[in-house]
Design a binder for this molecule. Structure first.
Ligand code: GDP
Ligand code: MN
Length: 396
């Protein structure tokens, strides 16, 4: 699950990590009041208004603006709220801005001693370890740095028997070229960030830019946080940060029906039980000349109801030209799945796309009987190659 910048910053702050101070606003009026508050509390003179959407590159798209008074802050916020922000990461459709973060300017004016770094903690699946990736070249796309200046990117691999060691934090601060107070602040920052990362079961915390101010403070100007969905049950306060507005509506509906659904941009919908079989089925579709329209794992305990919900979700996608149902009955009984398919045909009405069904395993014979006697125009397949062949025919 991804969260907003302002929410990520609140997690960091709870672990003593310094961030650019600010508060979130949903109206222009609130934005103005927050600016007044920052002025009173910190003597802030320059304010930053930042669109809160689940996508980066906001700076480039006009989602980060400066104002010089609370009144101007309110004006800028009023223009930003309700706008559709297009950034290099949103795709051409952009994202509607519903919230803005009002923060204090931390790039003190006329200053030459400011430095922007990049630092992220993430799970490196290839190494089976957490890593800290960091760079002296912050504030820009890390992909760009990787392509043009790969030597400016460093990695510290976290000791999986323990933690990120303090000597590693010192290595990072030193590789970033810091000394004295800034060096100590950086070590403290990384230590707090690591604690925040571990205690929130995050899979990514990316700080870009990580700023060293002119007076040698070290703080997060931006932060991108992804939390591990499977650990959210341990953190109700983090689970509550979910913003459904930022998620694909079909995926939200699927998760409400306990389906693992990921939308893709192909033309063959698929419904499978088990993630491994689902991956193999997507390969199968590709081999038969089609492209998968989705990943859908109905899970081990699929009932007729889940199958019906799965059909509804697949059929919402106008690109779908055929559907392949590939179920291996273990705990799932094939006759239940068949009943779900028949039910879906009845309740959804006219299903126009060809449906290829392969049901094997527990109660496969009963399932076949159910489908044969239902009178539905379902194409039965017995083996993987047979299914691939029938998908190919259906697409022809
Ligand atoms: P992103 O573009 O979505 O990654 O958003 P960021 O939070 O990283 O902000 C983009 C850019 O806006 C940063 O790289 C900074 O250059 C600029 N920016 C952010 N905060 C401030 C600030 O307090 N003052 C000034 N002058 N610029 C800022
Ligand atoms: Mn950024």
């Amino acid at each position: 699950m991804n969260i907003h910048e302002y929410q990520g910053k609140s997690i960091l702050q709870a672990h003593g990590v310094q961030v650019q101070e600010g508060f979130v606003a949903e109206t222009a009026e609130q934005a103005g009041l927050i600016a007044e508050e920052l002025q009173k509390k910190f003597g802030t003179e320059i304010f930053v208004i930042k669109a809160q959407i689940h996508a980066g590159g906001r700076g480039k798209g006009g989602g980060v603006k400066i104002a010089r008074s609370p009144m101007e802050t309110a004006e800028v916020a009023s223009r930003m709220l309700g706008m559709t922000l297009v950034t290099p990461q949103t795709g051409p459709a952009g994202k509607l801005v519903r919230k803005v973060l009002i923060a204090q300017d931390v790039y003190y004016k006329g200053d030459s001693d400011i430095r922007e770094f990049y630092l992220s903690v993430l799970l490196d699946r290839k190494r089976s370890a957490f890593v800290v990736i960091y760079s002296t070249e912050g504030g820009m796309d890390i992909e760009e740095v990787a392509a043009n200046k790969p030597k400016a990117i460093f990695t510290e691999v976290v000791d999986s028997t323990c933690c990120l060691h303090e000597f590693q934090m010192r290595t990072i601060a030193s590789n970033l070229g810091l000394q004295g107070k800034a060096y100590r602040e950086m070590v403290r920052f990384i230590s707090g960030l690591w604690n925040a990362f571990v205690s929130s079961d995050a899979s990514l915390m990316e700080i870009n830019p990580l700023l060293k101010t002119s007076d040698d403070r070290v703080l997060a100007v931006d932060c991108k946080v992804s939390l591990d969905d499977n650990a959210l049950y341990r953190h109700p306060e983090l689970a509550a940060m979910r913003d459904l507005n930022e998620e694909d509506p079909t995926e939200v509906e699927a998760s409400a029906s306990n389906l693992n659904y990921v939308k893709l941009d192909g033309d063959v919908g698929c419904m499978v039980n088990g993630a491994g079989l689902a991956m193999a089925t997507m390969d199968l579709i590709q081999l038969s000349g089609g492209r998968p329209a989705n990943f859908l794992d109905v899970g081990g305990g699929a009932s007729a109801k889940t199958v019906e919900a799965g059909f509804r979700i697949i059929l919402k996608d106008p690109n779908v030209k055929a559907i392949l149902v590939n179920i291996f009955g273990g705990i799932v009984r094939c006759d239940r799945v068949a009943a779900g398919i028949i039910e879906a045909y009845k309740t959804i009405g006219d299903i126009k796309v060809p449906v290829i069904v392969r049901l094997q395993g527990t109660n496969a014979i009963e399932a076949k009987e159910l489908i044969d006697t239902s009178g539905l125009k379902v194409i039965a397949a017995s083996t993987f190659t047979d299914a691939a062949e029938k998908v190919r025919e259906a697409l022809a």
